[in-house]
Design a protein around this ligand. Structure first.
Ligand code: FAD
Length: 546
């Protein structure tokens, strides 16, 4: 498998030399899913990503593999059924990374739907999604709801419900799917951008690409090209002169991160807001994150940030729902902002737009896919690859879609109990160096069984430095070897999520880690300075709001 920066020359040579059956533009979850599906069916597949994998929306979601309760409100039964039943499939593919999370749905006197309607709605939700009996919804009285979450405004609560969703790390899921595609012989590379298309007899036959790290231009030949560029889908359709009919409608969604002690909710909670929307508060390790907003967006797609209005909206919503917490904007320790690449529908507001995916097949043969959810990535990929095969490879002997059985890297666990045993084993060893169980859980949830390699590396350097630094260094060594890390941000944002979930740790160790990057990749002083400056600017932008 070639999936390290040190394989870059080989990967670039392959891209330049080989005509591919399928070339995918975009290394978010959509492109990654298509690459894995296509490669596992036997298509010669390549994927290029202009930034890092998951740089776009796929590292900025609510990080839930969820059935989409709100889609039930919008009567999108088909969507609820597909994404709902897909949750269990994705959980099985990576049970350490897609973890069941009981969600509390408080019902308020003024805002929510009635108790009976919610009860029936959740029952339909369970039925459509094929939820296992033990995980099916449970309705709660007012007292039971307040016992589950004493921070709720008591006079507002009229009851509640508990139902199950799955928590994940979107960027890590994307990277594991990319890695698995590479294991299935796909040529997968980051920091290569598609700039234009190559045509033969009016049909797309390749792309003009640029190696973003060196500026070198080259061509990649492919029988079929899929545009899975998320919020950038229409830019490529424009270059292809096929942006006719439907178009994208981008909406921004923001999450803010609070220290757990500032918002100590006892479990994940999905609550109503005054404007008719709903918001999640999700505890995760030492923090609780809250989101999301949903506003129309027309700014820079490469630099989406949290505004003061976004932060105020979320802080107000929390203060109204949990009156004793009294949060201020100064309590926010980090944030992230992303764009939903939705399909425009005339006259509909941001929140009303459907989250369904759509495929556009242009007269020049370019296949573009937009809309959709992280949760539905596998089914979206299946539909796209079915279309690719029907269009160009119908006479070829290819395997059918098997991605529902292809476990992601690090997932070889025999059930939840095995994951708990493994976590306990990691914790028992880490405890000796002063780590808490949160660290063991973080390692196992992020890397699964691959955590063993990180731990072995950690042990080999444990005597040298502060144990916390040794562990981050061991993670970096793993990510360099197996996860195509190229920049400081790749590591701190999309491999470890430290910028979101433990920004203090990032700030504490960033200089040391930058030194490791410098020696590993032979960076010049100038390159290192640029990288550190870029990271510092990012830290500023996730903590300060204009
Ligand atoms: P992206 O992740 O944006 O990937 C597209 C990639 O294409 C980018 O990395 C970009 O750099 C690359 N690219 C663009 N142009 C080029 C080019 N010319 N050459 C090469 N590469 C290029 N879904 C859920 O299921 N659960 C959730 O909890 C959830 N929460 C959400 C919350 C928010 C706030 C938002 C915004 C979305 C949420 N979603 C959720 C939806 C989900 O995150 C998206 O549907 C999904 O991540 C889209 O993935 P994508 O691969 O299509 O796009």
């Amino acid at each position: 498998m070639l999936f390290s920066y040190f394989d870059r020359e080989k990967l670039l040579s392959k891209l330049k030399a080989e005509p591919f059956d399928l070339l995918i533009i975009g290394g978010g979850i959509t492109g990654a899913g298509i690459a894995l599906d296509a490669a596992s069916r036997g298509l010669k597949t390549a994927l290029i990503e202009k930034n890092d994998f998951a740089f776009g929306t796929s590292s900025r979601s609510t990080k839930l593999i969820h059935g989409g309760l709100r889609y039930l409100k919008q009567l999108e039964f088909g969507l609820v059924k597909e994404v709902g039943s897909e949750r269990a499939v994705v959980h099985n593919l990576a049970p350490h990374l897609v973890v069941p999370e009981k969600m509390l749905l408080p019902l308020s006197e003024k805002k929510s739907l009635g108790y009976l309607i919610t009860s029936i709605g959740l029952k339909i939700y369970d039925w459509l999604a094929g939820v296992r009996p033990e995980d099916q919804r449970r309705m709660l009285s007012k007292l039971q709801t307040l016992k589950r979450e004493p921070l709720l405004r008591k006079e507002d609560v009229k009851g509640g419900a508990i139902y199950v969703e799955y928590r994940t790390d979107d960027a890590r899921l994307t990277i594991e799917v990319c890695k698995k595609a590479a294991q299935q012989s796909a040529t997968v590379i980051n920091y290569v951008a598609a700039k234009d298309f190559v045509y033969q007899n009016g049909k797309v036959a390749g792309v003009k690409a640029v190696d973003v790290l060196t500026g070198e231009g080259f061509q990649v030949a492919a029988a079929v090209i899929v545009n899975a560029a998320g919020p950038w889908v229409d830019e490529l359709r424009e270059i292809n002169q096929s942006k006719t009919g439907k178009r994208l409608h981008l909406t921004k969604g923001v999450h803010v991160v609070l220290p757990r002690e500032k918002l100590p909710v006892k479990q994940a909670i999905y609550f109503d807001v005054d404007d008719g929307r709903m918001i999640f508060a999700i505890p995760r390790g030492r923090i609780t994150y809250v989101g999301t907003t949903d506003t129309n967006y027309s700014g820079d797609k490469n630099n989406v940030t949290t505004s003061k209005a976004d932060a105020d909206y979320l802080i107000n919503a929390v203060n109204l729902t949990f009156p004793s917490v009294n949060l201020t904007i100064a309590d926010i320790e980090s944030s992230w902002a992303g764009l939903r690449p939705l399909i425009h529908e005339e006259g509909k507001s941001a929140s009303e737009l459907s989250r369904k995916d759509e495929i556009f097949h242009s007269p020049s043969g370019l296949i573009s896919i937009a809309g959709g959810k992280l949760t539905g990535y596998r089914k979206m990929a299946e539909r796209v690859v079915d279309l690719v095969i029907a269009d160009k490879f119908a006479d070829r002997q290819l395997r059918g879609c098997e991605t529902q059985r292809i476990k992601l890297p690090g997932s070889n666990f025999a059930g939840r109990r095995d994951i708990r045993r493994f976590t306990q084993k990691v914790y028992t060893s880490l405890k000796l160096s002063g780590f808490s169980e949160v660290t063991a859980r973080y390692l196992v949830e992020n890397y699964g069984k691959q955590a063993a390699e990180i731990f072995t590396n950690f042990e080999s350097r444990a005597a040298q430095d502060d144990p916390e630094l040794c562990l981050v260094r061991a993670e970096l060594a793993f990510c360099v070897k197996h996860e195509m890390v190229v920049t400081l941000q790749d590591f701190f944002v999309r491999r470890t999520g430290l910028i979101n979930f433990n920004i203090h740790k990032l700030i504490k160790w960033k200089k040391h880690i930058a030194e490791d990057f410098k020696s590993t990749f032979q960076w010049s002083e100038d390159r290192m300075e640029r990288e550190v400056n870029a990271l510092d600017l990012l830290i500023l932008s996730v903590q300060n709001f204009k």
